[in-house]
Design a binder for this molecule. Structure first.
Ligand code: MG
Length: 256
């Protein structure tokens, strides 16, 4: 069931969104060749602690997720576990997916960062994945349906020959990290739930350079592309207010 939020709940979500945004800005500045995904996790934890925020990822699910954030390099699409033995190198791309709660309300966003100088091919994947988010965001209107977002994301990604990951989707968010409705990155125009005032959800294109099939590693979390080609991810939390859609995890301007 889709939970409709009050203005008071939105106000709390905006505060959580600011913490997520600050963490992502800090992580983006810290990403460089030689840093481990573990160190990135510690950087995010410091930002959470500064604001009294709680990671929504830590101990989520079964087996409990061990990191404060998900850190997913190269062929890892999502849910990469921060590790001391994963050292980023020049030419890698790395996605940081950050979600936290503050006063019981959650916010969630992700960015894929370049590690040093990356190939033109990788840079294009990262750019197009962010563009997919904006194509979807343009459809957020109380005249539209969730499927309008999905089909816009899919059409843009596939026009570049990229793979659209289907097993993982955007989602409603609020009191829980994952609420109804699902917000898939593929679908049909005119289908799915109507977008109404009081909704809060994440649009999060997960796009691969090659095929769309996935595999999950033995740690039961790390999701990779089966063909091992690079994947990128871009996500923000959106609330639908009486003044229209508002992105609560991107208030300082574009941060990639
Ligand atoms: Mg999400």
């Amino acid at each position: 069931m889709i939970q409709i939020k009050t203005e008071a709940e939105f106000a709390k979500m905006r505060e959580a969104g600011k913490v997520v945004e600050e963490a992502l800005l800090t992580l983006g500045n810290a990403v460089e060749p030689g840093i481990t995904t573990w160190e990135l996790d510690e950087i995010a934890k410091k930002v959470f602690d500064k604001h009294g925020a709680i990671s929504s990822s830590f101990h989520y699910g079964d087996p409990p997720f061990p990191g404060q954030i998900c850190v997913s390099p190269n062929e890892v699409i999502v849910h990469g576990i921060p590790r001391k033995d994963i050292v980023l190198k020049e030419g890698d791309i790395v996605t940081c997916d950050v979600c936290c709660s503050l006063d019981g309300m959650h916010a969630d966003a992700a960015r894929t960062f370049a590690v040093g100088k990356i190939s033109d091919e990788a840079a294009k994947l990262v750019r197009v994945t962010e563009e997919c988010f904006w194509k979807g965001f343009e459809k957020v209107s109380t005249d539209n349906r969730i499927g309008d977002i999905s089909s816009a994301v899919q059409a843009h990604a596939e026009s570049f020959g990229y793979g659209v990951i289907r097993e993982l989707t955007g989602h409603g968010i609020g009191h829980q990290l994952h609420e109804d409705p699902d917000v898939p990155n593929y679908g049909r125009f005119g289908h799915g739930p109507r977008i109404v005032k009081g909704m809060a959800f994440c649009i999060e294109p997960m796009i691969s350079m090659g095929r769309r099939e996935i595999a999950v590693l033995g740690d039961e979390w790390t999701v990779i592309t089966r063909d091992r080609k690079y994947a990128a991810h871009y996500e923000n939390t959106i609330i639908v207010t009486e003044n229209g859609p508002e992105i609560i995890t991107l208030t300082e301007g574009k941060n990639v």
